[in-house]
Design a protein around this ligand. Structure first.
Ligand SMILES: CC(C)(COP(=O)(O)OP(=O)(O)OC[C@H]1O[C@@H](n2cnc3c(N)ncnc32)[C@H](O)[C@@H]1OP(=O)(O)O)[C@@H](O)C(=O)NCCC(=O)NCCS
Length: 138
């Protein structure tokens, strides 16, 4: 069975350099800044323009969602917001979810943060949520 409680209350995950903490309203400014990078929006296939109000509404609903788990990626050494990662699109019958990741700024790319955060989120999906499959669309 899929552990939907683990999606409703995602744990904070620690890696060597990063902390993945449940994404919420307190990350609003960081998320808005991330959306400003056109090349990142192209790479994630994001073609709609999200208003501040829409992002605020999404972030405020996350603590009640048991069909997805969103984390803010924070660098442990200085508390810098590094990006966001999500397990979403739960298919409860097939124990399957989708995975997405987005770093905050282009200068953070290529330092292994993506690999580190991905490993933590995927491991959580398989070992704690009880998924059989995690897929990625780019
Ligand atoms: C994709 C992303 C999360 C990778 O994180 P990262 O910290 O830059 O990646 P890492 O440093 O851990 O490197 C992982 C590998 O991915 C490769 N890589 C990173 N971005 C890439 C890109 N746009 N195209 C091709 N390869 C890429 C790196 O070269 C590296 O390859 P290697 O292991 O063979 O050296 C990050 O670059 C990002 O947020 N990009 C913009 C948004 C995006 O594309 N998200 C994915 C869509 S869901």
């Amino acid at each position: 069975m899929v552990n939907t409680d683990a999606l409703l209350h995602p744990r904070t995950l620690n890696t060597a350099r990063l902390r993945l903490e449940p994404l919420g309203l307190r990350h609003l400014e960081h998320v808005m800044q991330t959306l400003e990078h056109q090349e990142f929006m192209r790479l994630t296939g994001t073609h709609v323009h999200y208003t501040r109000f829409e992002v605020q509404r999404l972030l405020s609903t996350l603590p009640r969602r048991n069909d997805r788990a969103d984390w803010a990626i924070v660098r442990r050494s200085d508390g810098e917001y590094v990006g966001e990662v999500v397990l979403n699109e739960l298919d409860v019958f097939n124990h399957s979810m989708n995975f997405r990741i987005l770093l905050a700024t282009p200068d953070l790319v290529g330092q292994g943060y993506g690999t580190e955060a991905t490993n933590a989120a995927v491991q959580y999906g398989f070992q704690v949520v009880g998924l059989h499959r995690i897929r990625l669309g780019v």
